[in-house]
Structure formats: C-alpha cells, structure tokens
Ligand binder design. Sequence first.
Ligand SMILES: [Zn+2]
Length: 90
Amino acid sequence: MYSQESISGRRRGRSGPTPEMLSGLACLICGTDYRDASGQEVAVVSHRDDKQLLACHGTCARMASGSVGGLDETPLPLAERVRRHGAGGS
Ligand SMILES: [Zn+2]
C-alpha cells in the first residue's frame, strides 16, 4: 500500500522544486546549479507556466522526461535564464 508513496518520496526529502529549478537555473533532478557548472549540457524536460524546466543531459533528463535528450527543444541561454530569474517575482 505504501509503494506508491515511497517512489514519489525518493528525492532526498525535498518537498518540491526550488525557485532555481523553476527558473531553469538548476537541474530538476539532482539540483546542480548551472551557474556554478558552466559547460554542463542541459536538456529541456518539462514546462511550468512559460518557463522551461531543465535537467542535465543524460541520466537526469532521462529520469525527468524518459529521454536522455529531454524534449525536442532548445534551452534558453544561461544568461537569459539568470536575467529572467532576477527579474521575475517579488
Ligand atoms: Zn542533474
């Protein structure tokens, strides 16, 4: 009866995506901050509102979207994601 719950709760006790993840600045799966990991290949794996949600190309993308390359979509440049992150919200 608890199998479903244990699967969805497997991510290190975090309750949900961080603001960085929602802005495409961090991997949705492993939490790598792309501002600290320049050169990391990323893939678009999902969307939330108008934003792209990103994961590391490879294992993370496959976990998030079922494909190592994520969705067939080009991620925004990091600089643009940083700008939007800073501009949005309060
Ligand atoms: Zn990752």
